[in-house]
Design a protein around this ligand. Structure first.
Ligand code: PA5
Length: 384
């Protein structure tokens, strides 16, 4: 497992609150850590239950927000094309997209996994109404922390195998609970390696990230941008953005978090990063795939032996370097493209986020700001 982290010239090597961080960590017994230490049974159960979906032509996963974004991160990075094609993740309300994805699937071999910590989420329950009357599923399972919720009661009535998640694990911290691991196992992803990688994550790294970012925030770098190189990191980028935004965007904190994809967004946002106001803390992450043999078409530029992976790496190096040379705070993370590295990196971002919450006196595990819109929608729908 290799994760290379490099703080470039203007990135702080903050130390002043690091000791406090270590103390917080030692005291920490949050569910997202316990699921890798004391409470590993549910994770093992995910592997067994997931294997029952092995013959499903499609695995439909109902889940939204943090409860689904971890899965997307795992699939984008690690799934083979065949594994990825078996997943239908309904984190939207678009029936046409579902019909399109199921058009070529064997309708007699569908699996359904319903994931909702609260068991009350509108989008998830709306899809259940659409699906259960119309389609037959050979395998069904549920993941919820709330047996008394509408989902929990339905799962019990229908005797669906149901896995739970610790009460104190919100969706965005749930990737290594059955929320992420059950569907990952159903698709055949290397769940054991994910658990090992997360267990082996070096917590010093998370403490350093949290400490540095607090320092940057205090110094006016209040826009944190993750620049993710490699299409395989698309899901990771969305997960990371949600983790930091929903956890820390509270108490009028002057913080904004954004994610960009490289090299694509060099052609959209890089100009602003280079020559706009110096308010961004820039975190570059690369899914470092090895070089391959270049294509055999005309070499119009004289690229020689540089294949697409090598060009991507050079663009990652060059643009992070250019921003650092411009005086911007830049950190670079190079991930070996393995399940263990991905898992360790995700675990450390969850830790860093939790620590930042402690440093900023913010509860990173709630999301009161999303309730107002839910209440208005419920009133419009005539729901209590
Ligand atoms: O990160 C979070 O806590 C949220 O994004 C939730 O995952 C999302 O709202 C879905 O909630 P639930 O799992 O209760 O359906």
């Amino acid at each position: 497992m290799t994760i290379l982290v490099e703080s470039m010239a203007k990135w702080p090597a903050a130390t002043h609150i690091q000791n406090e961080g270590v103390g917080l960590f030692r005291r920490g017994s949050s569910g997202y850590e316990r699921c890798l230490t004391r409470d590993v049974e549910a994770q093992k159960a995910s592997i067994e239950l997931g294997s029952r979906f092995r013959d499903c032509s499609k695995v439909i996963v109902l889940g939204i927000g943090g409860s689904a974004m971890g899965l997307r991160a795992l699939v984008d990075a690690l799934a083979t094309p065949e594994q990825a094609q078996r997943l239908v993740l309904l984190d939207h309300l678009d029936r046409t997209a579902l019909d399109y994805e199921l058009a070529s699937a064997d309708p007699s071999a569908l699996g359904l996994i319903v994931i909702s910590r609260s068991g009350t989420t509108l989008e998830v329950l709306a899809w259940l109404r659409e699906l259960l009357g119309q389609r037959h599923f050979t395998q069904v399972a549920a993941v919820t922390a709330s047996p008394d919720s509408p989902l929990g009661r339905l799962a019990s009535d229908k005797q669906w195998p149901t896995l739970s998640i610790p009460d104190d694990v919100g969706g965005r911290f749930s990737v290594f609970t059955p929320c992420g691991l059950l569907p990952a196992a159903a698709l055949g992803l290397p769940v054991g390696e994910l658990i090992e990688g997360a267990q082996q994550a070096q917590s010093d790294q998370a403490i350093q990230w949290a400490t540095d970012l607090k320092d940057l925030l205090d110094g006016g770098h209040d826009r944190w941008l993750g620049f993710f190189y490699g299409r395989s990191l698309s899901g990771f980028a969305g997960w990371w953005l949600q983790l930091l935004s929903e956890s820390l965007g509270k108490s009028d904190l002057p913080l904004f978090v954004a994610a960009a994809e490289g090299p694509r967004d060099q052609h959209s946002i890089l100009q602003l990063l280079m020559e706009g106001a110096d308010r961004q803390a820039l975190m570059f992450t690369h899914w470092s795939k090895p070089a391959e043999t270049p294509g055999s078409g005309p070499d119009l530029l004289g690229l020689g032996e540089f294949d697409l992976n090598a060009i991507e790496r050079i663009l990652f190096d060059a643009n992070s370097q250019a921003l650092s040379d411009r005086g911007r705070p830049v950190m670079r993370i190079r991930l070996e493209p393995t399940a263990r590295s991905l898992a360790a990196c995700m675990q450390n971002w969850m830790r860093a986020t939790a620590l930042l919450g402690a440093y900023l006196d913010i509860d990173p595990f709630d999301q009161p700001g999303v309730e107002a819109g839910k209440l208005i929608a419920k009133a419009r729908l005539g729901l209590a």
